[in-house]
Design a protein around this ligand. Sequence first.
Ligand SMILES: Nc1ncnc2c1ncn2[C@@H]1O[C@H](COP(=O)(O)OP(=O)(O)OP(=O)(O)O)[C@@H](O)[C@H]1O
Length: 515
Amino acid sequence: MTTPEERDDELEAPRPPGLPEGFRIEGWEVGAVIGSGGWGTVYEARTVADGTPVAVKVLPTGALGPGQRAALGELVAREVRFSAEADHPHLVRTHAVCTVEAPELPALDGAIALVMDRAEASLKDVLDAAEAGGPIADADRVLRGVAAGLAHMHDAGWVHGDLKPANVLLGPGGRVWLADFGLAAELDGTHAHLPPLGTLDHLPPEWWSQRTGTQGAVVRPTADIWAFGVLAHQVLTGGLHPFPGATARARSLAAQTYARGTAPLRLDAGLDEDMRRLIADCLAPDHAARLPHTAAGLAARIEAATAGPHRRRRRMPALAAGLVVLTAAAVAGAALLGGGEGGLTQDDERDRGTPTATGAPPGEIPEDSDVPEALRPVIARAAHRCTDEEITPALLAALIKAESNFDAKASRPESEEYGIAMWTPSVFRAWAVDGDGDGDKDHMSPPDAISTMSLYVCWLDQRFKQAGLPKKDLPALVAAGYRTSDRTVIEERGVPERVRPHVDKVLRYLAEYEG
Ligand SMILES: Nc1ncnc2c1ncn2[C@@H]1O[C@H](COP(=O)(O)OP(=O)(O)OP(=O)(O)O)[C@@H](O)[C@H]1O
């Protein structure tokens, strides 16, 4: 599927081949790989002149299309501009931007290299290794550093837009740096427009009901405050997310349920009172309610709450704390949680009502349908992760049949649509789900493509309900939204004429499956 407004907002960068150890980029010599992100690879490196350790982030440009190259250029320009303007002990510094000259490595020749302060680990590394139930070592100092860095950014008129543990770096001597300003945009009045790249686990609930358009999603400082609340909870509990759920998507749905007022906020029982209140303030359900809680104010509160020897810390044993989280899961509604990445859950298997004329329970794929056998459990699992009743296995199957006729290798290069669900790679990446649990999110993998389709149409369905579009039309509207965008369908208050033949096809297939 292609969402023209979003097409160039995301970049699918191929995994680059590595630079050999000892390779020189201007005055720096690269060493081992530290890690790779969506855009490139970070290397250990040292300054040739004096051996000072640095990190070099290499962003290859060779295999990118023109739109992708422009998107990358914009991200780098933001990163460099911000780093040059910001000068703060809690923001990682970019010392230079270079071009890699490596004619013998065509994939890296011409790549952009950002030379930065080198950290020893990211907060994500620390949380991954932590035992759940208690704060990580130096939790207070880490939170003070993050809040202070954020306060400096906001005061300078910037929003981070992608605050998450992977973007908090821990440097030598206990330094704490915010990193990855690719998404940082200068505030234009009260908000900035950013591409919808942020990570699900740290996105504020209002992000889901925002318009996205050519300018991207509106991101305000209060989005960073929400992300800080999630991150603080993780830091103080050894990695526990404040919302229940086995997957990032389930947690994000639980956050939305809470924000709608249908489930209470249940923070970990082991948090001390001051930090519990601070996190609850950060996780106020909407932009307006979060507005009074500035990053500078949070930094001061953390300072006050964590300074001095008399700090109270009321802590429950790990098991009891875990039980509180489970209770929250029950309150938030088991239906919202979705399954893990494995097989069907008990909920999936429960009675789904009276069989239809096809012999299948309503919404399920009938035995004698043309849906390939191997895909049926994949489609069923994907559909059942959406708790909105319109998103059934039969509807997903009808959508897939209309898109690709179940052909995993289908492609329409002229409109950049590929695979069984005809994803446009750049759009896919903004929503990607690892449906087969292989650690990779690949639009050509049917389980990944179908799980992602389910997530996306689930969101479309919710958007159309929020916009007050007729409930009976939702399957048609979702089919239309998948071919155009949520915005187009909401603006036209119905199925746009140009996609009517496609939508009719989906409805015909759906009627066949539903008997
Ligand atoms: N200056 C640095 N010093 C040390 N390690 C770093 C530095 N910058 C990034 N890293 C590490 O390198 C890895 C890749 O970082 P990168 O910023 O490319 O991707 P990411 O933040 O993991 O993902 P993405 O940016 O795609 O969301 C991460 O493990 C990150 O912690």
